[in-house]
Design a protein around this ligand. Structure first.
Ligand SMILES: Nc1ncnc2c1ncn2[C@@H]1O[C@H](COP(=O)(O)OP(=O)(O)OP(=O)(O)O)[C@@H](O)[C@H]1O
Length: 253
């Protein structure tokens, strides 16, 4: 893969947290990897290895100590907070474990919220309809988000992440609050939107089953990359076995 085909390029990323005056915790110790345009990748590793830290650095809510994060040729590590907030709104769609939907708004308004905040709802109807169709939530548009299932809530959250035509979707444990049936549904829909909208997707997960839907799995250990697994032409089931085997080596399952 040529460098210019990479959407996300992370080089030598370092992050430590100051625990108290004397102690600090070096979580990321020089992490490097890249994600191609249109790729769907999972980041895995034992609890506390720095997965959420990594997502927070990529979406710019926290700052790295060293290293570089490029999203489509834009270096984000040096950006000011206000600049980063604008970049994030225009380029990054976020999906969270607990959905982060507003209960006072119905499904449609939750999805349109990023455009409403930007005062940019003109010509959004066609994209809204397409997203609703692809995620099979058209029938839910007028419902309150308190009256739909967990799996449906996550599909609404994915629709909201997509509405602004982002370059990348970052998902932190998107199936963490879902049962097995809804996990399967949500992962199938994520594959579907990855294909239909050619959107690049990076998710952090504990769940090997969810990760097995991705084209690539990045395994973190001790603050660096332990291994990168490619699905290639393998079936999802065979890829799942491979993920299990590697996770056993790093104590992640
Ligand atoms: N703001 C913070 N201050 C101090 N330590 C922190 C802070 N945020 C995270 N940590 C620590 O850094 C390490 C990595 O945390 P992080 O949440 O990134 O891990 P994770 O891989 O996402 O964990 P999990 O899988 O359990 O969600 C953990 O030991 C955590 O306790």
């Amino acid at each position: 893969m040529e460098e210019h085909e990479k959407l996300l390029k992370i080089k030598n990323l370092k992050k430590k947290y100051q625990i108290n005056k004397e102690e600090s915790l070096q979580v990321l110790k020089g992490l490097s990897f890249s994600i191609a345009h249109g790729e769907m990748a999972a980041v895995m590793g034992a609890s506390g290895c720095g997965k959420t830290t990594l997502i927070n650095l990529i979406c710019g809510v926290d700052k790295a100590d060293e290293g570089s994060i490029m999203i489509d040729h834009t270096e984000i590590t040096g950006m000011k907070k206000s600049q980063m907030a604008i970049f994030r709104r225009n380029n990054i769609g976020m999906v969270f474990q607990d959905f982060n939907l507003l209960e006072s708004l119905n499904v449609k308004d939750n999805i349109l919220l990023p455009l409403i905040l930007e005062n940019n709802t003109e010509n959004s109807e066609e994209r809204f309809e397409k997203i609703m169709n692809v995620l099979s939530i058209s029938d839910l548009a007028d419902k309150s988000v308190t009256d739909i299932s967990g799996g449906q809530k996550q599909r609404v959250a994915i629709a909201r992440a997509l509405i602004n035509t982002p370059r990348i979707i970052l998902a932190d444990e998107p199936t963490g609050n879902l049962d097995a049936r809804s996990t399967k549904d949500v992962m199938e829909y994520l594959v579907h939107i990855n294909e239909q909208f050619k959107i690049t997707l990076v998710m952090v997960t504990h769940d090997s089953y969810a990760a097995s839907y991705c084209n690539k799995v990045i395994l973190l250990k001790d603050g660096i990359i332990f291994s990168e697994l490619q699905k290639g032409k393998k079936s999802r089931e065979v890829f799942l076995e491979e993920i299990y085997d590697f996770l056993k080596q790093i104590g992640g399952e």
